[in-house]
Design a protein around this ligand. Structure first.
Ligand code: HEM
Ligand SMILES: [Ca+2]
Ligand SMILES: [Ca+2]
Length: 295
């Protein structure tokens, strides 16, 4: 039901506007590419790709545990939406902006490109409970990571490929502290020691200081995420689950050795699949004028 040419007639500049704004935002701050990619993931996993993550409100998704003090990029989305409203009012949905911005972010940081399917409509509810229950936590083991994705119609293989998004971006100390102090010897000891300086052992100390998810190339979309896992350098507990003697090991090893015909091909296919989760099209839902509130 989605189509890649959805805005060709109604807003021919839409894709160019989004690409230009994403490029500018990423050149201003490289991390923004990671933040925009993550917004699309957190949108799609909660009530489908419907822009719900963008809605303001104390009881909305922005205040859910995985999102609070963590999600970023809302101002960039506002800027894109304002430009689109100037060019073609009430045509391009906020959900589609997130899908295109995710792709353009990956490309801006050296990753693969793909055609984004378009025509998603924006929803009207933002569910904090659904965000808390449906977004996978970094404490999960492999079986529960797989379940979080199969619950959304994705496969275990999609989960391993999509986790490669952690080749860019940052995580807060509170999300990997246990890797440094409790999960003895599972994290590479040199990396653990260097991370300890910025992430003290006491709960509450330095919780929000950030470290790169990919300590090798945190601003390049490449396959170093998987290479790191082979050396026990996965920052999050959930990352290292993809190479821990379990069922994901072979796929991780494959991606570590083949970037283009391995990881990149599977990543683009999985992104298209993720972008189709729970989408609403046609005349249901709406196209928001302001991504932060319903019309
Ligand atoms: C497999 C299960 C996943 C878990 C448990 C997980 C968990 C996390 C956590 C805990 C952070 C750090 C947040 C913080 O400390 O504030 C993070 C960051 C990030 N995640 Fe994931 N994630 C998963 C899958 C994904 C997927 C599928 C994508 C995109 C396709 C993604 C993209 C990102 C990006 C790009 C960042 C860095 C954001 C930034 O620097 O602003 N993650 N993730
Ligand atoms: Ca959503
Ligand atoms: Ca990287």
């Amino acid at each position: 039901q989605l189509s890649t040419d959805f805005y060709d007639k109604t807003c021919p500049n839409a894709l160019g506007i989004i690409k230009g704004a994403v490029r500018a935002a990423v050149s201003n701050e490289s991390r923004m590419g990671a933040s925009l990619l993550r917004l699309h993931f957190h949108d799609c996993f909660v009530n489908g790709c419907d822009g719900s993550v963008l809605l303001d409100g104390d009881t909305g998704e922005k205040n859910a545990v995985p999102n609070k003090n963590s999600l970023r990029g809302f101002e960039v989305v506002d800027g894109i939406k304002a430009q689109l409203e100037d060019s073609c009012a009430v045509v391009v949905s906020c959900a589609d902006i997130l899908a295109v911005a995710a792709r353009d972010s990956v490309v801006a940081l050296g990753g693969p490109t793909w055609d984004v399917e378009l025509g998603r409509r924006d929803g009207s509810t933002s569910s904090q409970d659904a965000a808390n229950s449906d977004l996978p936590a970094p404490t999960l083991d492999l079986a529960d990571l797989i379940k979080a994705f199969t619950d959304k119609g994705l496969t275990a293989e999609d989960m391993v490929a999509l986790s490669g998004a952690h080749t860019i971006g940052q995580a807060r100390c509170v999300n990997f502290r246990d890797r440094l102090y409790s999960e003895n010897a599972s994290l590479d000891s040199t990396l653990a020691t260097s991370l300890q300086a910025k992430c003290p052992s006491t709960d509450g100390n330095g919780d929000d200081t950030t470290s790169p998810l990919d300590p090798s190339t945190s601003y390049v979309f490449d396959n170093f995420y998987y290479k790191n896992l082979l050396c026990n350098k996965g920052l999050l507990h959930s990352d290292q689950q993809l190479f821990n003697g379990g069922s994901a090991d072979a796929q991780t090893t494959g991606y570590a050795s083949r970037r283009g015909a391995g990881f990149f091909d599977d990543f683009r296919a999985a992104m298209v699949k993720m972008g189709g989760i729970g989408v609403v099209t046609g005349t249901s839902g709406e196209v928001r004028v302001n991504c932060r509130m319903t019309n």
